[in-house]
Write a new protein. Structure first.
Length: 118
């Protein structure tokens, strides 16, 4: 499975941004797709996940109420819709996939940088 993340950029506080994660290859084997982020000097952290077939979602507390993770199965794409962005959301965002709820994420895309600044 190959993942391609895109959509990052510079946005003002309070603004919105939508990231895309396009999957290719053995997408039929994907169980869940997740978004993670890593801010400068910090460890990578979980943001949100969605199951590939059922659409069940989960969010980090920092994302609840502001971010959503819709998917388009026909396009093999998962999005991260980010609203009411804060400077603390500045990070490199990564999408990842795994084939079972019991395994680690074993497919990772290249990150896309999101900068929230005025």
């Amino acid at each position: 499975v190959q993942l391609q993340a895109s959509g990052g950029g510079l946005v003002q506080p309070g603004g919105s941004l939508r990231l895309s994660c396009a999957a290719s290859g053995r997408t039929f084997s994907v169980y869940v797709v997740g978004w993670f982020r890593q801010a400068p000097g910090k460890e990578r952290e979980f943001v949100a996940t969605i199951t590939w077939s059922g659409g069940t979602t989960a969010y980090a507390d920092s994302a609840k109420g502001r971010f959503t993770i819709p998917r388009d199965n026909a396009m093999n794409t998962v999005y991260l819709q980010m609203n009411t962005l804060k400077p603390g959301d500045t990070a490199v965002y990564y999408c990842a996939a795994k084939e079972s709820r019991y395994t680690n994420y074993n497919y990772w895309g290249r990150g896309t940088l999101v900068t929230v600044s005025s």
